[in-house]
Design a protein around this ligand. Structure first.
Ligand code: HEC
Length: 101
């Protein structure tokens, strides 16, 4: 009986984690790819930045920097609007995804 309970608990936990985990790749495609394409280039409205090759730590730092106003170039207004709408967990997941490109 104890064993079955343990197994059920594990299955339940996996289910819950999967349901709440943020999919960085899906978020990227939905919220970032319009301007940053596949990360190796950016459209004109994407400021021409290249995200591919940057570490997840760098991306996270820059995103948080846009959100709190401590980072950015000439076109930072665009990114401030985007970054400040994302939750920390979402920034983290997207940064992980970009870091693994
Ligand atoms: C409407 C177009 C647009 C969208 C959508 C967009 N960005 Fe950007 N992004 C820009 C522009 C423009 C810049 C350059 C801003 C500047 O001058 O600082 C930029 C810069 C960045 C930078 C800084 C790059 C560097 O090395 O300095 C990061 C990181 C970034 N974007 C990540 C993202 C992520 C992650 C998303 C999705 C959540 C996203 N962007 C969505 C337009 C966009």
């Amino acid at each position: 009986m104890k064993k079955i309970l343990a197994i059920l608990t594990v299955i339940f936990c996996f289910g819950v984690t999967a349901a709440f985990a943020v999919d960085g790749g899906a978020l990227y495609k939905k919220r970032c790819a319009k301007c940053h394409r596949d990360g190796s280039e950016s459209s004109k409205s994407g400021g021409g930045v290249v995200l591919k090759g940057q570490s997840s730590g760098e991306i996270e730092m820059k995103m948080n920097g846009y959100a709190d106003g401590s980072y950015g170039g000439k076109k930072k207004k665009t990114m401030i609007r985007i970054a400040s709408k994302l939750k920390g967990q979402e920034i983290n997941a997207i940064a992980e995804y970009i870091g693994s490109m």
